[in-house]
Structures are given as C-alpha cells and as structure tokens.
Ligand binder design. Structure first.
Ligand code: MN
Length: 371
C-alpha cells in the first residue's frame, strides 16, 4: 500500500492582513497545491491521496472554491482523493458538504462518517471526521474495536494529541497520542497542526502543504507512506510542496556593528525574494547613523520581496556628541537634536515618548545626511 498524506490545505483562506496583490498570490498558491499533490502521486505511483481535514478554510467557502477544487481532483483521475473534514470544515457544515456531494467526481471519496472504508483489497481506512469545531472528545476511540479483517488499518483524524497542547486553534487536546498502538493501526495520519511532525512510530502530522504563517521552520511537505505488509513498519518520506517562503528573521545589533553588513547577512538570496514573505525584527542598539543606513538598506531591498515588513521599534539608540555634529555644530537644529537625544534615552519618560523622540531624531539625521 502506497499513498500520500496531506492536510490543512485551507482552500479559500483570505489572508486578510496582507495587501490585495499578496492575498491573491497566497490564495493561488493554495489552490495550486492540488495539482502539485496530483503530480507527486503520479511521480510516485500512488493510488490514493489522503487529506486529513481542513481542505476548506471555512464552513461556507465560496461555491467556486469548492467547485474548482473538485474539478482539479476530477482531472487527476489517476488517483483517488480521500477527503475527510477537519475542524474548519466539520461535518456539521451542511451546506458545504451538500455541495461537495453534488460536485465531487467519482474519484473523490468523502469521509463524512466514522465507519471503515475499503481503500482497496489490502487496506481499510478508519476516518474520524470532526462533527463540530471543537468536538471536545476523542473521535478516534472507535478505531480500537473496528473490524478490518486481514487488511492494513489506516487511521485518519484531525485535532491535537493529548501530550501536545499547542494546537493551531488552542483547542483542548483530544486524540490519544498512542492511538495507533492501541488500535493496531499500521499508520495514523493526522491533520490540524500546520507543521510536519512525527508523534509516534507510525503516527504523523503531515503539516500544511503551503505555509500560512511564520511559525513553522520546516519546508511545507506532504508525506509519502509505503507499507509493505502487516508486520512491516510504514516507510515515511517527506515530499516538499511549499512554493511561498514565509521567513522571519531577527537582526540583533550591537552598538559598534556595521548595520548594512549585518542586514545583508540575514537576507534570503536574491532569487528567493520574489516568493518570500519576509518579516524582519531588529533588536539591540545602533548609533543614529547606523540606523539611517539600515533604514536605507531595508528600503532598497523591499521591492525585491513578495512582501516585506521590518520592525525597528525594539532597536535602541546609542550616540555620542560626534554623531550630533552631523546634524549641526551649533544653533537651533543642534539644540533640538540634543533635546531629542536626551529624551530618547531618558528612562524616566514613557517608552512611547522615548520612541517618538527617537523617531524624530532619526528624521533629523536623515535630513542632515541628505543635505
Ligand atoms: Mn488547520
């Protein structure tokens, strides 16, 4: 038995915090996961793709999201798509599943009920579709006593495991982490956690095939599962699927650092930037000239990226009289700069006041340098 396990496609996710052009690109990348999975299935000659929940991001996706997903699956008829609901698209989403039943082609097997499903003559699927957003109990309980004859037992579930309390949704954890052993499963495919993770010898979260946040460091991938027979352990291979690079970087500066060089070092390569969402957080301390140089360097590379954000709020300032000389040796500007420099470092003032003074001082430096 050979199949692909994936989950959490979240088709139709809106990515509301990004500008419209980026949102379009992110939604597109998710829609393209389906043909990518289909071609991986072809390359590896697998008969089934198991989707362990949250194929759809909402209980009421746009009809086009549902229809177009099933049209792609229909075209990929070299494989059977085994589609189980998750907590975002739980079985109680009646309108969604009503349309899904109408639109689903013959090579899609919807798993809306907790009952055994024959994948083929060798393997039986035990699905545990969530009945609501937070079912609040272990829906895989019934696996233990499910009759599957001599066939391989493949479990499919969505949710967090008991010893793993950092669910995507912050929901109470429910799936017994040793369910595979207790129920004699040859493989247990899980969804919900968006990073790829092995929970036990034959229990895996596939993770989402495209990232949707900066949290998970591993390259988004699907899993290729090969099971030679009843007594053979499942061979699990990670197949990269992600096309959008979500990258968070911290630039921690010390007072004497060359800010431009340090910034250069945390950047992804030029060829990656067009498909990278780059979230840069700058911490530590720099001189005002360094800060201006850094702001310029950041502005220079920003158009390279699909999306770029730089947060300099946590960057403290160090400066000496020589720095202020850049603004002016004396006179009103110099007096203003000194007052701002004093405020920016005055621990008796509120952080907001210090940041405002810091920002104003940076502007002064920028103007002085341009002049
Ligand atoms: Mn999910």
């Amino acid at each position: 038995m050979k199949f692909i396990h994936s989950s959490d496609l979240h088709l139709g996710k809106t990515f509301g915090r990004f500008p419209e052009d980026v949102r379009v690109r992110l939604r597109q990348a998710r829609a393209e996961v389906l043909p990518r999975l289909a071609s991986l299935a072809r390359d590896h000659a697998v008969s089934h793709i198991l989707l362990a929940g949250d194929t759809f991001d909402q209980t009421t996706p746009a009809p086009s999201v549902i229809r177009q997903a099933f049209n792609i699956m229909r075209a990929a008829d070299h494989v059977t798509w085994v589609l189980m609901p998750g907590n975002h698209d739980h079985t109680n989403a009646t309108e969604l599943w009503r349309q899904a039943i109408q639109d689903a082609p013959p090579n899609v097997a919807l798993q809306l009920k907790a009952e055994p499903y024959a994948l083929n003559a060798q393997a039986t699927l035990l699905p545990a579709p969530p009945t609501e957003r937070h079912p609040g109990r272990d829906l895989t309980d019934w696996f233990d006593n499910a009759a599957t004859g001599e066939t391989l037992r493949i479990g499919l579930a969505h949710g967090s495991v008991t010893n793993f309390d950092t669910s995507e949704e912050g929901a109470s954890s429910v799936i017994a982490p040793d369910r595979a052993r207790r129920a004699g499963l040859d493989y247990l495919g899980l969804g919900d956690w968006h990073g790829q993770l092995q929970v036990g010898p034959e229990t895996w979260y596939s993770g989402a095939p495209e990232a949707d946040g900066f949290k998970h460091a591993r390259t988004p991938s699907a899993l290729l599962i090969e099971i030679a027979g009843k007594s053979a352990p499942a061979a699990v291979t990670s197949l990269p699927t992600g096309t959008i690079n979500w990258q968070r970087a911290t630039l921690d500066l010390a007072g004497g650092d060359d800010c431009e060089t340090a910034h250069e070092a945390v950047l992804p390569s030029l060829s990656e930037r067009a498909f990278t969402l780059f979230n840069l957080v700058v911490t530590g301390r720099s001189g005002p000239l360094g800060r201006v140089a850094l702001e310029k360097a950041i502005a220079k590379v920003t158009p390279d990226f699909l999306w770029h954000r730089a947060d300099l709020d946590a960057l403290g300032i160090v400066h000496d009289t020589a720095d202020l000389d850049v603004i002016d040796q004396q006179g009103a500007l110099r007096a203003a700069a000194e007052a701002l420099a004093e405020e920016a470092t005055d621990e008796n003032l509120s952080p907001e006041t210090r940041e405002t003074a810091q920002a104003a001082l940076s502007h002064l430096f920028s103007f002085a340098l341009e002049a």
